[in-house]
Design a protein around this ligand. Structure first.
Ligand SMILES: Cc1cc2nc3c(=O)[nH]c(=O)nc-3n(C[C@H](O)[C@H](O)[C@H](O)COP(=O)(O)O)c2cc1C
Length: 371
């Protein structure tokens, strides 16, 4: 795959930037990418340390969705950040990234799957806002299985889950991360609270959008109190239907959520499907006072044409400060250098979707000098 951009262009994407107190070498962010490469028990090892160290030229790396507690685990070999071994494992990863570049900062995405989980994987009946079963099959240690009905979270479950997010954030800082990203996107637990089809509650956590945003707000507030708002980011995916989500009233949700989050002042908001031609983009940009990370979500054609350069530049011009790319970083450990120099990009190999344990399709994408 080649792309058409001229060699050695210097554009806004490669300019240094600030993220709160952090100085970033460039405006390119590695988006969180689940790859199921932790050991059994959710402990990151050498394989993951090598993977992230290979990508240490990104201005910011947001490490993959990581569970804040046992019940929040989605799939086998997803890393956690709630045990001593997991904290020590992540410490080896952040050390490896620091040793590789010294200029790349890392945030860890905290992801609770909610109804996206299975007792054979986590050892627990999944928790969710309401008893609305996940409509798809899930990968488990015994292969693909249908989802079980989740248990509706009690007031006590809600309080303890919020506390688990705060504890996980403290653990992440101890493991050497500059901060954490609260995952309120893509159909996971926080998004399940936001969306009408998965939140059927009639108490103060359900009903109108002002109630459905409360769980995300409480998690973000608790995490910000635990480690400081300058170490906290939040990911949202307005309108997204992945993992069986139907928000119902997208505009109301984000009109309520974004300004409320802005009052807590996390350092960034990370917007999936960021599209400056949608009215929601400018509404969010206006309501959000902090740094905006835009993840454009590239079509095959856009990825092939220029790796997302044009979409990224446009988003910077429309008010985003940082641009997150997922599959580009997956297939190109040295994506920043390739985009900067106009070098060809590696082809995304089909096995990337298999989520298998091992080097293949993970750490064996060639670097430019060797490619
Ligand atoms: C293999 C894979 C794993 C992903 N894992 C996560 C994840 O753990 N957390 C998350 O918020 N998004 C996850 N995503 C979504 C990406 O962060 C990103 O939004 C998506 O790939 C679109 O960006 P792109 O067009 O640059 O790839 C994943 C995507 C892929 C392809």
């Amino acid at each position: 795959m080649t792309h058409t951009q001229q060699a050695s262009v210097t554009t806004g994407l490669f300019a240094p930037a600030r993220l709160g107190r952090l100085g970033l070498a460039n405006r390119l962010v590695m988006a969180p990418l689940t790859r199921n490469r932790a050991s059994v028990g959710g402990v990151p090892g050498e394989l993951m340390a090598t993977h992230y160290a290979q990508r240490a030229s990104a201005g910011l790396i947001i490490a993959e969705g990581t569970t804040p507690n046992a019940v929040g685990q989605t799939y086998p070999r997803i890393p956690g950040i709630h045990s001593r071994a997991q904290i020590d494992g992540w410490r080896r990863v952040t050390d490896a990234v620091r040793a590789a570049s010294g200029r790349s900062h890392m945030f860890l995405q905290l992801q609770h799957g909610g109804r996206v989980g299975h007792p054979d994987t986590s050892g627990h009946i999944p928790l969710a806002p309401s008893v609305v079963r996940f409509p798809e099959e899930l990968q488990t240690p015994r292969g693909l299985q249908g989802a079980v009905a989740p248990r509706e979270m009690s007031e006590r479950d809600i309080r303890s889950t919020v506390a688990d997010f705060a504890a996980a954030a403290r653990n992440a800082v101890e493991a050497g991360f500059a901060g954490v990203e609260v995952h309120s996107a893509n159909g996971h637990l926080l998004h399940q609270f936001l969306a009408r089809n998965t939140n059927r509650r009639t108490d103060g956590w359900g009903g109108p959008a002002a109630n459905r945003i409360r769980f995300t707000v409480e998690v973000v507030r608790a995490v910000a109190e635990a480690i400081g708002p300058e170490r906290v980011g939040v990911r949202i995916s307005p309108g997204e239907s992945v993992n069986g989500i139907e928000e119902g009233d997208t505009e109301e949700i984000y009109a309520a959520l974004v300004p409320t989050l802005a009052d807590i002042a996390p350092v960034y908001l990370h917007l999936v499907h960021a599209d400056p031609d949608q009215p929601l983009f400018s509404q969010i940009r206006e309501a959000w006072t902090g740094t905006l990370i835009a993840n454009p979500v590239l079509s095959r054609e856009e990825a092939a044409a220029d790796g997302g350069m044009r979409r990224g530049e446009r988003l910077l011009a429309e008010g985003a400060e940082l641009i997150a790319l997922g599959r580009g970083f997956l297939a190109n450990p040295d994506l920043v250098e390739r985009l900067r120099s106009g070098a060809p990009l590696n082809e995304l190999r089909p096995e990337f979707l298999m989520y298998v344990h091992g080097e293949e399709g993970y750490n064996d994408y060639p670097l430019l000098a060797l490619g």
